[in-house]
Design a protein around this ligand. Structure first.
Ligand SMILES: [Zn+2]
Length: 447
């Protein structure tokens, strides 16, 4: 029976169809043929009753702006709809007098080579501390997390399987830790959080049936490094401020390129090089796949990934083949992207902690944007932000399609969708208590 106020799949599909038609008339949003194709596939998925998503046209203006900026990285200043949200001050002409635009990209940080534990401690580590879906790294010290990280590598079996040098691995993990900044959200804790989800997925799903053995190592290394030296200011900020990193990477997946580059700068140091003993060809393959999976954490790749992944799910069993490099690459990218936003499927209390930390970082970016006369990104102005609405949008546009597909392919993690539903219900309830002057958000149904 249909619940009151919840649309049928057909109604949801019709709403999306109207949204696509509306989007087609907005030059700045749908100006690429491939995006149109992606949206067509989204519609197809909805018609197949896999999942539903709110109609773009039903969203409030700030949410529409957020969708545009998130999935297309459109410079905010190009969007007419931003007017009411942006600072009216003109952006300064940074660097026109010939002075340096921004500090140069960071070189690798020095770190204390002394590790905080010895290998004998590993045997006494209770892996049950990390072998759980309600893991919260903030309950441990940074150094304890280095040991926990090592123990997860050990528990998955990659140290023995690939003959990794334990001291190298400890040095590598310690170097990675030293190269995360103390941001509210994108810090060492987030790296371990994502790494631990990858550990859980490798341990508790059938994912490895579709991968080559080395892919396990690639996922673990990539997840640990995927936000290295994140400055706490996102790609939109990098592009709008013409930062040194944006200039270096030509505005394309600026931060993700930086993270991947730093990962291999770290690995190039002999004391860290855990893959240095591999044949050259295998090292090249690891490099190629690690770069692609880290680049795939850029949110603009989200719909492409969902569409490609979903195309493998038309029959009963997923059609991924471990003999296909394309399939392996897609799985690595999809799983790392999923782990990266897995705060959405953590138990509510933990999910809220991460949400608050992420929001604090967003508000700090908004402050920085105001200070530098840049347009303030949607939801990042502390005077007009709306954590509840953004959290709901995040579930609807990102969590639902992503986790809907992954839990269909891997039924052992079907509970992800229950968690997503519970967490969304929390935000929806909070929203219902808000002032009625706030426009109603989206229609939504979960399966
Ligand atoms: Zn991340």
């Amino acid at each position: 029976m249909r619940e009151e106020g919840i649309p049928t799949n057909e109604e949801a599909a019709a709403a999306i169809s109207r949204a696509v038609q509306k989007l087609s008339r907005i030059d700045h949003f749908l100006d690429k043929e491939d995006l149109k194709n992606v949206m067509s596939n989204v519609l197809k998925s909805i018609a197949e009753k896999e999942w539903s998503m709110p109609a773009f046209g039903d969203l409030d203006e700030m949410s529409q702006l957020w969708v545009s900026a998130t999935f297309q990285s459109i410079p905010i200043s190009d969007q007419s709809a931003t007017r009411q949200f942006v600072n009216t001050k003109q952006s300064p002409k940074i660097g026109v007098d010939g002075s340096p635009l921004q500090p140069p990209p960071q070189l690798l940080r020095e770190f204390s080579p002394s590790s905080s534990f010895s290998l004998s401690d590993v045997n006494s580590f209770d892996v049950g501390i990390v072998d759980r879906w309600d893991f919260l790294p903030t309950t441990m010290t940074h150094d304890q997390l280095v040991m926990a990280c090592y123990c997860m590598f050990n528990d998955i079996g990659v140290i023995s399987e690939f003959g990794l040098d334990s001291n190298n691995l400890i040095q590598f993990i310690t170097s990675v830790k030293a190269n995360y900044r103390p941001n509210p959200y994108h810090n060492w804790m987030h790296a371990i959080d994502v790494f631990q989800v990858i550990y859980m997925l490798l341990k508790h799903t059938t994912l490895r049936e579709y991968l080559q053995p080395v892919d396990t190592l690639i996922l673990m290394l990539g997840s640990l490094c995927h936000d290295l030296d994140h400055p706490g200011l996102n790609n939109v900020y990098q592009v709008n401020s013409q930062s040194a990193l944006a200039l270096l990477y030509n505005d394309a997946s600026v931060l993700e390129n930086h993270h991947a580059s730093l990962a291999f700068q770290l690995l190039s140091k002999s004391e860290n090089n855990v893959i240095g003993h591999f044949p050259q060809q295998l090292q090249q393959e690891i490099r190629k796949f690690m770069i692609s999976e880290v680049l795939a954490t850029d949110m603009i790749k989200h719909f492409d990934l969902v569409t490609m992944f979903t195309s493998h799910l038309s029959s009963g069993k997923p059609t991924f083949s471990k003999e296909s490099k394309e399939d392996r690459q897609l799985l690595l990218e999809y799983f790392l992207h999923s782990a990266d936003i897995s705060n959405l499927i953590r138990p509510l209390q933990i999910s809220r902690i991460w949400s608050d930390l992420l929001f604090e970082e967003y508000l700090q970016q908004g402050d920085e944007e105001k200070k530098n006369g840049l347009p303030v990104s949607p939801y990042m102005d502390r005077n007009s932000t709306d954590q509840i609405r953004m959290s709901i949008n995040f579930v609807d546009f990102i969590g639902l399609p992503l986790f809907g597909a992954i839990s269909k392919a891997f039924p052992e993690i079907k509970f992800f969708m229950d968690r997503l539903k519970e967490n969304r219900a929390f935000w929806a309830e909070r929203k219902s208590l808000q002032s009625p002057s706030i426009a109603p958000s989206v229609v939504f149904t979960l399966f």
